[in-house]
Design a protein around this ligand. Structure first.
Ligand SMILES: Nc1ncnc2c1ncn2[C@@H]1O[C@H](COP(=O)(O)OP(=O)(O)OP(=O)(O)O)[C@@H](O)[C@H]1O
Length: 581
């Protein structure tokens, strides 16, 4: 418990001193709570000695009233300091986690971690935020109350004090077993919570496919199974705690009886006077209540501890190093993009092996080749979504790892095949390409991306809200809005993952016009699927089997016997690289 309190203090940063002050007020509250018992003891001693007079009685009554008022006052201060600190602390932690996640390699988000991240951010952090400070306040007041009572008992009778300490050892032993069991179950419960979030996200994201393939029964079953598992681990968790709670109550009952017996034995042996006997009896029945209450919170504490583990683990995930300070030169003799002996593996699976190529400035390059050959991986390494295992990726002669990530991102625009629009206005979706752009510049970008006309036909024009993921727009319209965003950003390198899905002829021609605008005066690296795009490229890189199998212009490559010619011939007659321009 102390370890958990230390851990929370350790993570509380600038709120640490506020929390410590709250502990001071908790301690004072604990003192004031027990003050009436101590005053009563004083009264009994004076009455039995016959020295109590009217002035004493008046002072005693005033002392009782003041101690009760102070108790309420200190409680108020402790609660205010702790609860406020808790909510502010976790608002900061969420922001910190957001910044941390932004610096993680993209691979982290594609390896089944989305559910874990969501459940840490919502359920784990929410649980700690709501419980931690209030529980902490209770814990501290129980610990202080127990300490004050045992110390007072020692003052009344060292024998009674020692007896109380022995009984406390039994509480600690039962508490230890209780904590161990609850800890294991808490870990299982929080892990299942993450699995459930994963399953819910997966179910909702895949709803379209689920309906199309009529998989509602199967997919619902997976989700229901997860709900069932969550229910059973929660029941196990509560059931596992019940026997320990019973043991704790047993120790409480037997401990109080033993303390009472000891008190009577001491009185009969003449080791305790009558007034001290009454004094001890005054709070004997409350003596072990604080420690019992302390352990009744232990299940919440173990959940909190497991939740803290998960939060800390997420914070402990390795970020992409962003220590570079090199600037990308405005002009350089070096190629705009260069891969030097690059090798890269996703885990153990090597995808690129010793890949080298260089691309001059302001030209268009097409990456083509069989599915799974490594085209997207090349684009992702250029944008430093991952780091290479060997070799170097250079922009204008600078290794991307030496360039600050923010500068690198300012230098590169990406148009993904799967366009994502935020639940916001169309205007904001475009302007996030350059947040300081004027309205005129945003509209200009929309015109260049050939989306102005369809935007103006919408009920609220640029202020129309887009549904989650851009669902209320057609695929071609969404793609053009994402191109407008890139045009506004005006980065010197554009990476474009050409859509494989076919769109209607009108949309196709609008998208091609938008791409032409986007690429004016830029270096374009396009993962190309359409023969029209490939033929327009200044240079084609055929990516296959983890390397560059061929490179050259369309005319050069088509005249050579090799993988490119075979591909073009095959694809011309099939669905893949269509002849649409
Ligand atoms: N995040 C990832 N984790 C593990 N393996 C991956 C990951 N992304 C891609 N791969 C694997 O790396 C290989 C290269 O994938 P990549 O997406 O680069 O190929 P591609 O040529 O772009 O394919 P496509 O044309 O189908 O998009 C594939 O075998 C793929 O399964």
């Amino acid at each position: 418990m102390i370890a958990l309190i230390r851990r929370i203090l350790g993570t509380s940063g600038k709120y640490k001193s506020r929390i410590k002050w709250a502990f001071v007020f908790s301690f004072l509250k604990g003192m004031m709570m027990k003050a009436p018992i101590m005053l009563s003891f004083l009264a009994i001693t004076r009455f039995m000695a016959g020295t109590a007079d009217a002035a004493f009685c008046g002072t005693l009554a005033a002392g009782m009233a003041v101690s009760l008022l102070l108790c309420v006052f200190f409680q108020h201060l402790a609660d205010r300091l702790q609860a406020g600190a808790g909510f502010e602390l976790f608002a900061d932690k969420r922001m910190e986690l957001g910044t941390h996640l932004r610096k993680m390699p993209m691979g982290y988000f594609t390896e089944g971690n989305i559910g874990r991240i969501s459940s840490v951010l919502s359920s784990d952090m929410g649980f700690i935020e709501q419980n931690c400070m209030m529980v902490l306040a209770d814990l501290m007041s129980y610990i202080f109350a127990e300490f004050i009572m045992v110390a007072f008992l020692f003052y009344l009778s060292p024998w009674m004090g020692l007896g109380a300490l022995v009984i406390l050892v039994f509480f600690l032993l039962v508490g230890k077993g209780m904590k161990k069991e609850a800890m294991e179950d808490s870990v299982k419960r929080q892990e299942q919570n993450g699995n459930l979030t994963d399953a819910v996200l997966d179910y909702i994201e895949g709803m379209g496919i689920t309906k199309t393939y009529n998989l509602l029964g199967k997919r619902s079953k997976e989700l229901t199974d997860n709900f069932d598992r969550m229910c059973s681990v929660s029941i196990d968790f509560e059931e596992a705690a019940a026997p320990w709670q019973r043991r704790m109550n047993l120790v409480y009952g037997l401990g109080t009886a033993a303390a009472l017996a000891l008190c009577l034995v001491l009185y009969m042996q003449g080791l305790l006077t009558a007034s001290y006997l009454i004094g001890v009896m005054l709070f004997l029945f409350d003596l072990f209540n604080p420690i019992r209450m302390l352990y009744s919170q232990s299940t919440r504490l173990t959940v909190m501890s497991a939740a803290l583990d998960r939060v800390e683990n997420l914070f402990g995930e390795q970020e992409l190093l962003d220590t570079g300070t090199a600037r990308i030169p405005a002009a350089a003799d070096a190629p705009e993009i260069e891969f030097k002996h690059v090798s890269f593996a996703y885990g153990d699976k090597e995808v690129l092996h010793d890949v080298s190529f260089s691309l001059p400035r302001n030209q268009m390059f097409a990456l083509v080749g069989p599915s799974g050959g490594g085209k997207s991986t090349i684009a992702n390494l250029l944008a430093r979504f991952w780091d290479v295992n060997d070799g170097q990726v250079l922009i204008r002669g600078r290794d991307v790892r030496e360039i600050p990530l923010s500068e690198l991102m300012n230098h590169i625009s990406m148009v993904f095949q799967r366009v994502y629009l935020f639940q916001d206005t169309i205007y904001n979706n475009i302007s996030m390409g350059r947040p300081d752009a004027t309205r005129k510049e945003v509209i200009e970008a929309a015109k260049k991306a050939r989306c102005y006309d369809f935007i103006m036909a919408l009920p609220n024009g640029f202020d129309t809200m887009v549904g989650e993921g851009g669902e209320s727009l057609s695929g071609g319209e969404k793609q053009r809005i994402s191109i407008a965003r890139c045009i506004l950003k005006d980065a010197p390198i554009v990476i474009l993952d050409e859509a494989t899905a076919s769109v209607d002829a009108d949309n196709e021609s609008y998208i091609q016009q938008a791409i032409s605008e986007l690429c004016r005066g830029k270096t374009l690296l396009v993962i190309a699927h359409r023969l029209g795009t490939i033929q327009n490229a200044d240079q084609i890189l055929v990516v296959s089997g983890g390397g560059i199998a061929q490179s050259g212009s369309h005319d050069e490559l088509i005249g050579t016997d090799g993988i490119y010619r075979t591909f073009v011939n095959v694809r011309q007659n099939s669905l893949g690289w269509s002849r649409q321009v």
